[in-house]
Design a binder for this molecule. Structure first.
Ligand SMILES: Cc1cc2nc3c(=O)[nH]c(=O)nc-3n(C[C@H](O)[C@H](O)[C@H](O)COP(=O)(O)OP(=O)(O)OC[C@H]3O[C@@H](n4cnc5c(N)ncnc54)[C@H](O)[C@@H]3O)c2cc1C
Length: 451
């Protein structure tokens, strides 16, 4: 009797697709996994192309550059079926520019007597931890926290480190012994062993950086082959309808479509406007993302920075990080040339956001030449510029409890929020992949459930 009554409900639910909002790595991974499980999916992407933050560009002059991710692991490439197009990266390293000197990160900094003494003092007498500034002082010592970690966190987030949650530091820390071991493994194997790129899966000498031939976005091609027919481009999800606490439909480009569940990869602060029929998500409206500008400049020569990535904890500089991707992936620029990418933390509409491309290029070149004056004569010209309003989730302490609650459950039956902006978490691509697979198990259980 029960079976006869429930069967039509199950059938109706199964007949409606699961709506996936966004075709970045999170949405594509979710869609491919649900389809593999035999569920119907429809992916809606507002942009003209898939990839989201994992998009790559190649220009006529032979430069390849990525918007967002540059560094991924061989384990992710394998999981995505892209091993055969991926090159092994032989070297990856970071440095910090401080008061006219460059220190390798982390050991060059640790070798400085001032920083070492302060770090030991902090270990011997740790203070209370109420915010990110406290966390940095305990973890690195007051000297390194004040000179490096706090200015970087503030430039990156646009908020005072005392207003940021300690979770900012916890997300970034990799542990000294682990770093030492992985750095040594990198030297021995001649491969850029990943360190701090995954928190979901263990890092070891067998997990190293690779780069897909032709640009990082190619990593998603095998998934596209599986799921491409389910993707509607230039299709913005304008509303997600909730009835009696359960997702029932979405509106896409003006058309209403019944759905069995919805998986969003959109930034969480727009969810209160997107999701209609509940006030469950209202508090997320105040969550803030840090807008960012990425400026590419081109130079004669190679390996102009001390290492692949240069951190610049100098509040008088417009940028807090410069990346020379061809340092690790020489094939990204024509021979004898290189490209540096400058990260500028900003607010939409502020002085940097409003600058023309020429002004941004000049500002970055001037800042760089304050550190390395000799680079001015090597400057060739500007490459692409990118401005994005949602680059980094800002973990303000005041909404930390709600953030953690939302990370466990959206509070709406059949509604899931995944990916970097969707989880409001500093996630890199590999962790997005593994976390999304765990979440699709929940979606499949929900959709298949007899309710
Ligand atoms: C500067 C920077 C550097 C990074 N470097 C690395 C790195 O080296 N290694 C690494 O692993 N990761 C890196 N990352 C992180 C990585 O790029 C992201 O974590 C990942 O690409 C995010 O994937 P996603 O699918 O969660 O989101 P996204 O890629 O943002 O995809 C979301 C998609 O949803 C679409 N969308 C939004 N709203 C709607 C709507 N209403 N309707 C329809 N579609 C919608 C968007 O257009 C977008 O395409 C970096 C990120 C940044 C910003």
């Amino acid at each position: 009797m029960n079976v006869a009554v429930r069967a039509p409900a199950v059938w109706r639910r199964l007949a409606k697709p699961v709506a996936v909002i966004g075709a970045g790595i999170a949405g594509l991974t979710a869609a491919a996994d649900l389809e593999r499980r035999g569920l119907q999916v429809s992916v809606f992407e507002t942009g003209r192309a898939v990839g989201g933050m994992a998009s790559s560009f190649k220009d006529a002059e032979g430069y390849t550059y990525d918007f967002g991710a540059h560094f991924v692991s061989n384990r992710l490439a394998r999981a995505l079926g892209a091993s055969d197009i991926s090159h092994t990266v032989g070297h990856y390293g970071e440095a910090v520019a401080l008061a006219g000197r460059s220190y390798s990160y982390p050991f060059g900094l640790a070798a400085s007597p001032r920083y070492a003494a302060s770090a030991i003092a902090a270990r011997l007498k740790p203070g209370a931890v109420d915010n990110a500034a406290d966390w940095f002082r305990n973890a690195y010592g007051a000297a390194l926290a004040e000179d490096v970690a706090i200015p970087l966190a503030e430039a990156w987030s646009g908020a005072a480190a005392t207003e940021l949650s300690p979770a900012v530091g916890q997300k970034l820390s990799a542990g000294v012994l682990k770093t030492l071991y992985l750095k040594a493994a990198s030297r021995l194997t001649g491969r850029a062993v990943c360190n701090g790129y995954s928190h979901e899966m263990p890092e070891s000498p067998g997990v190293y950086h690779v780069y897909p031939e032709g640009g990082l976005s190619r990593l998603l091609e095998p998934t596209m082959q599986q799921i491409g027919h389910r993707i509607a481009l230039e299709s913005r999800v304008e509303r997600i309808f909730v009835e009696r606490g359960r997702v029932v439909a979405v509106r896409v480009n003006g058309h209403e479509i019944g759905v069995s569940a919805a998986i969003s990869t959109a930034p969480v602060h727009i969810l209160p406007r997107l999701v209609e029929g509940t006030d469950e998500l209202d508090e997320l409206g105040q969550f803030r993302y840090r807008p960012m500008i990425f400026v590419n400049l081109r130079f004669e020569g190679r390996n102009l920075l001390p290492d692949t990535m240069l951190w610049v904890p100098d509040r008088t500089q417009p940028f807090f990080r410069v990346t020379e991707a061809p340092f690790s992936m020489p094939w990204l620029a024509p021979e004898g040339r290189t490209q540096l990418t400058f990260d500028i933390g900003c607010e939409v509409g502020d002085a940097h956001w409003s600058m023309s491309d020429e002004e941004l290029a000049r500002t970055c070149l001037d800042g760089l030449c304050r550190i390395y004056p000799h680079l001015r004569t090597r400057y060739i010209g500007a490459g692409g510029m990118l401005k994005t309003p949602f680059a980094y989730p800002v973990y303000l302490s005041r909404y930390e409890p709600r953030r953690q609650e939302f990370a466990r459950d959206t509070g709406i039956a059949g509604f899931y929020s995944i990916g970097r902006n969707g989880e409001f978490a500093h996630l890199l691509m590999e962790d997005i992949y593994w976390r999304t697979l765990k979440r699709t198990q929940h979606v499949a259980d929900y959709v298949g459930r007899d309710v």
